[in-house]
Design a protein around this ligand. Structure first.
Ligand code: ZN
Length: 532
């Protein structure tokens, strides 16, 4: 059995400090549930002593059962010159009734004498007494040694004394923090190795990414003996962010042989990252290691050919091991060997030489000539293949639509309205909606009409919308290409539409996007059914 590394997530505490993130209480609950489902060990959920919104959150979730994770309330050691029982922050922490707490204290002499302005001796008493007090209350206690690495570089003896004080007070784990994010991997390794010799209780690591090496630093600390890793999902956090758990976890587990999550939980890594990005209202970068849309996307013809022969040729880990997927990017350069992979998903009996393959290729070339570009929009290609192979029945048809521009804008600032009429199995549905622009109004009206038949459409959200004017090779009038990215909180997919009319181009992409969602849901259901 490989050695267990405790995963301590701080997305809801340190991550919430990121510029641009503002979690509502509902958002926090959804992030907490996502983290619990993927199996992290600790969820640091807020600082009740300093943030009224966090108090509200802790009150809301009192009594809520988590599947695996321990909930953590965060705060500081008692203030100087008072008794632990009198400290308002500690009182607020105890009121949350979380099973675990994380308490930060000072390890860097400069911070003690110049920032909190107390004596070095009193700081050690503050640490030890706070630990002992919380242990007596039955808490699982992590001590976050703030600025530990800077403190150690400045005065190693005192920095270690601060840890010894926490150990004497009964702390369960000592997390060494690179709070300013300035330490480099080789220093982390040396310092953690030294600290480990001088202490008996487990060490943790808490890195910030100001030097761009927070993930590397966390891995080095584990190699040097740390057994708890603190970080945030996708590295969200103040300034340049925290150590990114969605990179650290698979590196530890798939490459270094440690055990962080159960194997079936690691498969949820990508979908959990997508969900957390969505709740945080951040766009998940395609280049995000392991979980980004482009993390396993292959484009160059020779690369694609090699990946087809053996994926290990250009992939450091199998995409499915982290719940991501391999993508073969469509472009004129990649040719038949690319397309055949997607064709085989529909019909495994076809080959590069089949007549159907030629037909699909011809159709793609024709569309590319018209101005389509399928790179990044393979969900549109998947639909196209099914249509060309005669294995596709549309879920609905759009019978009619109208958009009307509103001038002046309505009271709510909406500038357009749209009416659509759709048909599903002979049954018509008409719906209208207002929107911020004609495409937005059409999108809303279309969904409203479709939700009558397919309630799961309500899960879909447009996450990106790009319009580009193109110089089509065939056309006399200038055309536009619209790329629409959609997400249902589990998957992200992109569709493309081309027309001389921006509304029509958008509509082509929109309809494709909805068809793809319906097709995907149906295929997922079929798969589950077959597995039963
Ligand atoms: Zn931090």
């Amino acid at each position: 059995m490989s050695e267990k590394i405790i995963i301590f997530d701080s997305t809801l505490r340190d991550g919430a400090q990121a510029e641009g993130i503002s979690f509502s209480v509902e958002d926090k609950i959804r992030v907490m549930e996502t983290l619990d489902k993927i199996g992290v060990d600790y969820i640091e959920a807020g600082n009740p002593g300093s943030n009224p919104k966090d108090i509200e959150f802790f009150n809301r979730i009192k009594g809520m059962q988590l599947k695996h994770a321990k909930l953590v309330a965060f705060g500081s050691t008692r203030r100087g010159g008072i008794a632990v029982e009198e400290d308002a922050n500690l009182k607020a922490i105890l009121e949350t009734q979380t099973p675990a707490v994380a308490i930060f204290g000072k390890s860097w002499t400069f911070h003690i004498t110049d920032i909190i302005k107390t004596t070095l001796e009193e700081n050690l008493r503050m640490i030890e007494e706070t630990m002992a007090y919380l242990k007596a209350k039955g808490k699982d206690v992590t001590f976050d040694a703030e600025h530990f690495f800077d403190g150690y570089k400045n005065d190693p003896v005192y920095a270690i004394e601060s840890l010894l004080a926490a150990q004497a007070g009964g702390a369960d784990c000592l997390a060494l923090c690179d709070t300013n994010g300035g330490t480099l991997p080789v220093e982390i390794q040396e310092i953690v190795t030294d600290v480990r010799k001088k202490l008996d209780i487990p060490l943790g690591i808490h890195c910030h990414n100001d030097s761009g090496v927070a993930v590397a630093n966390s891995l080095m600390a584990v190699q040097a003996g740390a057994r708890q890793v603190q970080g945030t999902f996708l590295g969200y956090g103040e300034r340049c962010g925290n150590a990114n758990l969605s990179s650290i976890i698979p590196n530890l587990q798939l490459k270094l042989g440690y055990n962080c999550l159960a194997e079936d939980e690691l498969l949820k890594l990508t979908s959990s990252a997508i969900r957390i990005a969505e709740i945080s209202n951040y766009i998940l970068s395609g280049r995000e290691p392991f979980v980004g849309k482009s993390a396993f996307a292959h484009k160059g013809g020779m690369h694609i050919d090699a990946v087809m022969k053996n994926p290990a040729s250009f992939e450091h880990v199998p995409p499915e091991s982290v719940g991501n997927e391999r993508r073969i990017l469509m472009s004129e350069v990649s040719g038949r060997s690319t397309i055949i992979q997607l064709i085989n998903e529909v019909d495994p009996s076809l080959t590069k030489k089949s007549e159907e393959t030629t037909r699909v290729m011809d159709r793609i070339k024709e569309l590319e000539y018209q101005g389509y570009q399928f790179e990044g929009a393979e969900s549109s290609v998947k639909l196209l293949i099914r249509k060309e192979l005669g294995k596709y029945k549309p879920f609905f048809t759009l019978e009619d639509f109208k958009t009307i521009g509103e001038q002046p804008h309505t009271k709510e600032g909406l500038s357009s309205s749209a009416v659509v009429k759709i048909n599903v199995d002979g049954q018509s549905e008409i719906n209208a909606a207002e929107g911020d622009g004609p495409v937005n109004a059409l999108d809303k009206a279309l969904r409203k009409a479709l939700e009558v038949f397919f309630p799961k459409i309500s899960e879909v959200r447009l996450t990106d919308f790009k319009v580009r004017v193109i110089d089509s090779k065939a056309a006399t009038a200038s055309k536009v290409r619209v790329l629409i990215e959609s997400s249902d909180g589990v998957d992200i997919w992109t569709n493309v539409g081309v027309s001389t009319d921006v509304i029509e181009a958008s509509l082509i992409a929109l309809i494709d996007s909805i068809e793809y969602k319906l097709l995907n849901d149906m295929e997922r259901k079929l798969k589950e059914y077959k597995l039963m």
